[in-house]
Design a protein around this ligand. Structure first.
Ligand code: FES
Length: 149
């Protein structure tokens, strides 16, 4: 399957939700092809078989605690280091959509208003990270943080 085949099968590909299941190189190839057809990243979904637990365990759980504020909902919570921002949002009742919970689908992409995090995942481009976007399912606080949720 390549971009011309997708364009033939899905005439208005940019408005469809694309679901991909298969080996990593195939997923990456189809993401690139769909991007070339103008499909926004949030309309491309795929099954990822990486462990969210393994990804989250890369974060430091050093006994530190951080306050996580949610600008739109006005809620906040205090979490231990190593807690993902997505888990913090769920505890605080600030909804963030998620799917893979492993940093690969991009569904949980949220703008970090302030603070420092670690854990990048694979679904963001460098320009997105520079613009303040984080993947909340793998990003853990390294300071007090405020999210645009
Ligand atoms: S839920 Fe998939 S990248 Fe966060």
């Amino acid at each position: 399957m390549d971009a011309p085949q997708i364009a033939r099968c899905v005439p208005d590909a940019g408005k469809a939700i694309h679901l991909i299941c298969g080996p990593g190189p195939m997923i990456e190839s189809l993401q690139e092809a769909l991007g070339g057809l103008g499909v926004p990243p949030d309309r491309i979904r795929f099954e990822a078989f990486e462990s969210a637990v393994a990804t989250a365990s890369e974060a430091v759980a050093d006994g530190s605690t951080w306050e996580i504020r949610f600008a739109q909902s006005g809620s906040s919570t205090t979490v231990a280091g190593g807690t993902t921002l997505l888990d913090a949002a769920e505890v605080a009742g600030a909804p963030i959509d998620s799917m893979c919970r492993a940093g690969t689908c991009g569904t949980c992409r949220t703008r970090l208003v302030s603070g420092k995090v670690e854990g990048e995942g694979k679904a963001l481009k460098q320009k997105d990270r520079e613009a303040g976007w984080v993947l909340t399912c793998v990003a853990c606080p390294r300071s007090d943080c405020t999210l645009d949720v």
